[in-house]
Design a protein around this ligand. Structure first.
Ligand SMILES: Nc1ncnc2c1ncn2[C@@H]1O[C@H](COP(=O)(O)OP(=O)(O)OP(=O)(O)O)[C@@H](O)[C@H]1O
Length: 300
């Protein structure tokens, strides 16, 4: 378990992180979402042991992270701009990481290089941005860390590579309970991979939620009636939002799916459809009061 307790970090009197409490279960994929400047990179650097907090504690499996070398051998961090030693090829970087990570696997490295069709003998700085990121993923996954920390990992990757990377990450979580923290300014980009989401805004963690819990609790229903919407429809349901689209009435409702359907069927609609909700919609409707912050995060 990764834990931040009451953590604050200040730069020249500017509070970049303020009293953050966060917990990430082993084997989970945690999405840290926030707009530009929200504090994601600062929080990640605190978790990776690069920054020391001014207040509070940052632990992985109850060990303090900062200046903990043996713990760092189990944590791999890919920054928003992956770093490689100057003039190094992927093969040379592999040797470098092999000397740092006791869990490094040559076999995995060879498999991943072949899978991504990467030229491991070419100097990494000559690669395109997307290829550099792919090289960073190959190296990170070959190190087989217990904890993988990714800052804006999908930036610059095409959709096919994104899918490949997501599949690999999920596979490592399933096979050996790796824990992943992914930061992004775009909820949509990572919603299909995370099981927990934390939203950060102006240095504060506004909310931390399990996705299944969120998804099973809010539903989007589309209904239509012959003679207008009956009043009892709304009174019996916990409605978060309604919208009229021609003769069709759209509601976002909180509650159990079967109970909602049961209630609506009693009103004898001529049309009743349950539509999928995106994570973005769930956040907007569930957290009306902090919607202003969420809206910032919904970058097209
Ligand atoms: N080394 C630093 N010195 C001074 N201020 C900093 C430093 N690092 C971050 N900050 C400030 O802390 C705030 C949070 O920055 P951070 O990089 O953590 O945000 P972010 O959520 O990662 O943003 P982005 O999505 O734009 O990368 C910003 O206002 C930033 O200017």
């Amino acid at each position: 378990m990764i834990k931040m307790q009451n953590v604050s970090k200040t730069f020249d009197r500017f509070k970049a992180i303020e009293n953050v409490n966060l917990s990430i279960q082993k084997g989970s994929i945690y999405g840290l979402i926030g707009s530009n400047g929200a504090g994601k990179t600062t929080l990640i650097k605190l978790l990776a042991g690069i920054y020391l907090q001014d207040q509070g504690s940052v632990t992985i499996e109850e060990e303090l992270v900062f200046e903990n070398l043996s713990l760092k051998e189990r944590v791999f961090y890919i920054p928003d701009q992956p770093y490689f030693l100057p003039q190094y090829t992927t093969k040379q970087m592999a040797q470098f990481y092999k000397s740092i990570y006791p869990t490094w696997s040559d076999e995995r490295f060879q498999t991943l290089v072949a899978w991504f069709e990467l030229d491991m003998k070419k100097r990494i700085h000559t690669f395109s941005k997307g290829w550099q990121r792919q090289a960073a993923f190959i190296l990170a996954l070959s190190a087989k860390p217990d904890v993988l920390i990714l800052d804006e990992p999908m930036d610059g990757l095409d959709p096919v590579v994104r899918k490949k990377v997501k599949n690999l990450l999920i596979q490592d979580v399933a096979d050996r309970e790796m824990t992943i923290l992914i930061s992004s300014h775009n909820l949509r980009e990572i919603e299909d991979i995370c099981d927990h989401i934390g939203i950060i805004h102006k240095g504060n963690l506004l909310i931390e939620k399990e996705l299944d819990e969120l998804k099973s609790d809010v539903h989007k229903v589309q209904v239509a009636y012959k003679d207008g919407v009956p009043e009892q429809l709304l009174s019996k349901l916990n409605v978060l939002h309604t919208e009229k689209r021609g003769s069709v009435f759209l509601c976002i409702v909180r509650g159990k799916e079967e109970e909602i359907i049961g209630q609506i069927q009693k009103t004898k609609p001529v049309l009743l459809d349950l539509l999928p909700l995106t994570l973005e919609e769930i956040f907007i409707y569930e957290m009306g009061d902090i919607g202003y912050a969420i809206n910032n995060i919904m970058v097209e």
